[in-house]
Design a protein around this ligand. Structure first.
Ligand SMILES: [Zn+2]
Length: 317
């Protein structure tokens, strides 16, 4: 009975490998999860249909009056003021593509669009690790580095909704060229693939257990070998923690958050990264920022879905 009165947001998280959808209640509870493999190279027409199919599957059995709206989390860069994807590096064909207009036509209901970093930040702020705080920074570390920023109870969006691309903070202006066109971006050093590439290179021709993995070496292997006591693996984890500390220290100085929340694949090994990150922050951050908690995300893979739903329930976010 109570369930029939309930209102739901249908949230969709578009990623380079999966389109995930779920129905989400106003209290953040997630149910009816659906996941499809993203038809990555099929172009926007097919992918818009995948989003609509996933959303309708998650909504199956609900009356239209029970659906408050659709919230979409998508990789960027997006112009969220107009609902248009500028270009999605991980999903080709989306140059200046009007995601919101296309989905509103298909779904015949209001669609809210936000980039995945900001969506996940909103999810963690409203229902996860950052609940009740007025200022927090969310950082996701996986194949890239993304994030979102909440300052004084306001989600920072900036010009065209582009704020919070924390992975493209320059940490070495004479460094390595990033996919984005800038030089020496934080992501180009500290994201998972570059952590693995560095370890792979260093392990070549050594007696380290890492060398046996060859080209297949992944971040999870480095963490496992470090735990098992391999010296090179331990050193690589320490270097990764230092590089994460470099970017996080700048974020502490820029936004003065009460907490930094870390999500993404590498957060699964946060216990091994934490000492090195804390050591860097304590050596380099302003004294007033040194004791700011740096914690892992509470909502795991659901941060983005729940954040997209939160925008549906509170359009002022
Ligand atoms: Zn970049």
């Amino acid at each position: 009975m109570a369930d029939a009165m309930m209102s739901y947001a249908i949230a969709v998280d578009l990623g380079g490998t999966q389109v995930r959808a779920a129905r989400v209640r106003a209290d953040g509870e997630v149910s009816n999860r659906v996941a499809l493999r993203t038809d990555t190279y099929a172009g926007p027409k097919v992918i818009m249909q995948q989003i609509a199919d996933a959303a309708m599957e998650a909504a199956r059995g609900l009356d239209k009056s029970e659906i408050k709206g659709f919230g979409i989390s998508s990789p960027g860069p997006l112009n969220t003021e107009t609902g248009v994807a500028i270009a999605l590096p991980s999903i080709p064909g989306f140059e200046n593509f009007p995601i919101v207009a296309a989905l509103e036509e298909k779904l015949q209901q209001k669609v809210y669009l936000e980039n995945d970093g900001i969506s996940a930040a909103i999810g963690e702020w409203r229902f996860g690790a950052g609940q009740g705080l007025h200022s927090m920074v969310y950082v996701t570390v996986s194949t890239g580095i993304g994030g979102g920023v909440v300052v004084n109870n306001t989600v920072l969006r900036g010009h065209l909704g582009m704020a919070g691309h924390v992975g493209h903070l320059t940490i070495d202006s004479k460094g390595i060229r990033c996919n984005c066109g800038n030089t020496g971006c934080w992501e180009r050093y500290a994201a998972g693939p570059f952590f693995a590439a560095r370890a792979r290179e260093q392990a070549k021709g050594t007696s380290s257990t890492l060398s046996a993995f060859g080209e297949k070496l992944q971040p999870a292997d480095i963490f496992a070998e470090a735990k098992a006591g391999d010296k090179l693996a331990i050193a690589q984890v320490e270097e990764e923690a230092r590089l994460l500390g470099v970017g996080l220290t700048s974020l502490l100085h820029l936004f003065s958050p009460q907490m930094i929340v870390i999500g993404g694949g590498l957060s699964n090994a946060f216990d091994q990264l934490r000492p090195g990150i804390r050591a860097y922050v304590e050596d380099n951050a302003f004294p007033s920022c040194r004791d700011v908690p740096i914690v892992t995300a509470k909502l795991g893979g659901n941060s983005g879905l729940i954040g997209a739903a939160a925008m549906v329930f509170d359009a002022t976010i």
